[in-house]
Design a protein around this ligand. Structure first.
Ligand code: HEC
Ligand code: HEC
Length: 288
């Protein structure tokens, strides 16, 4: 049981609570604290009336101001769309080569291209477009099918070996699989290909490979092995490899003919997005 009494020193009533001889004085709450407390109660009542507040079984109390974050976001999104619409129209109407002359339009195309790239292209080409074996790096200035903005646009629209009538298309013969060359001839040709980027080791094999190359390969890769963008035939002299520059990888390329495929985007992405992608990829560093 507690017993209330008066503290002798201060003359204030105690609460009757006592710990080890120390008693608690019954002092009122500070005035500033009480007023703040009452004010916040009033404020919260005002808030309940004006703004959405209490959950109900069927939803929530809406408040007399009719405020809704969802409506605010919807308005902002609509405004952003309207602003974009102007740019999208302008981009659609501007010839590909002239986009770079309009800084505002260029910025819009780059932003849209980067976003579309992240969603659609990064799974194969990498987030930074750095590529993977079989999937070309789009940052360097080594192009299979041409690095002009119109070339890139064409590649993205119709794909590569995609089956579409306007797709980039060519097929390196499957020299090993179809027994067009025997194993030794394939190895000799590989030795010659390696020598083009100063990786050859066997001069006799290179000389034999050189003959095979002139007969079989030069039609696509060029007399000097520097490639042909009309046919998607890579430059074999630059030490940049789509499938790898090891002896085993080069032999495999000659045996199988490779034939990488890229899907077409016409019909899957709208024309303005495809245009933005061409502008973006062209800007990555290796654009011609
Ligand atoms: C399913 C995988 C895949 C996806 C997705 C993909 N690509 Fe490709 N892309 C490839 C392959 C494989 C090649 C190389 C084809 C070849 O060997 O000729 C390629 C080649 C290219 C080239 C030609 C490069 C050159 O050197 O000429 C461009 C440009 C390109 N892709 C852009 C894109 C863009 C832009 C997107 C997104 C809209 C995209 N790619 C999506 C697989 C893909
Ligand atoms: C009909 C045209 C054609 C002929 C003929 C041809 N190639 Fe190719 N070659 C290509 C194409 C196209 C590619 C790229 C394939 C791809 O992108 O998937 C390629 C790719 C390669 C690669 C891979 C390069 C890399 O970067 O990884 C090597 C190596 C190669 N060819 C060597 C040869 C040799 C050696 C011969 C002759 C024995 C030959 N090619 C004949 C068209 C041809």
């Amino acid at each position: 049981m507690s017993r209330k009494d008066i503290d002798e020193v201060t003359g204030v009533e105690t609460t009757g609570h006592e710990w080890d001889g120390i008693k608690e004085l019954n002092k009122p709450l500070p005035r500033w604290w009480l007023w703040t407390f009452y004010a916040s109660i009033l404020w919260s009542i005002g808030y309940w009336v004006l703004y959405p507040a209490w959950p109900t079984l069927a939803g929530y109390t809406k408040g007399t101001l009719g405020y809704s974050q969802r409506a605010t976001v919807a308005e902002e999104v609509a405004a952003a769309r309207a602003a974009q619409g102007r740019f999208r129209e302008a981009l659609g109407a501007t010839p590909l080569e002239q986009v770079k002359d309009n800084p505002e339009l260029l910025r819009f195309a780059m932003a849209g291209g980067a976003a579309a790239f992240g969603t659609n292209c990064a799974p194969c080409h990498g987030r930074g477009a750095q590529g993977f074996p079989g999937y070309p790096n789009l940052n360097d200035d080594d192009w299979l099918w041409g690095g002009g903005i119109a070339d890139i646009h064409q590649t993205v629209r119709f794909g590569i070996r995609s089956g579409h009538g306007e797709s980039r298309d060519s097929q390196m013969p499957r020299y090993g699989l179809d027994k067009l060359l025997d194993e030794k001839q394939v190895a000799d040709a590989a030795e010659f290909v390696l020598s083009l980027s100063n990786q050859g080791t066997d001069e006799a094999a290179q000389a034999r490979g050189k003959e095979t190359f002139a007969e079989q390969c030069a039609a696509c890769h060029g007399e000097a092995g520097t490639g042909n963008a009309e046919l998607g035939a890579p430059d074999l002299t630059d030490a940049i490899w789509l499938y790898g520059g090891t002896r085993a990888a080069v032999i495999d390329s000659i045996r199988t003919g490779r034939g990488g495929q890229m899907p077409l985007w016409e019909g899957r992405l709208d024309p303005v997005t495809i245009k933005s992608l061409a502008v973006y990829v062209h800007s990555l560093g290796g654009g011609q």
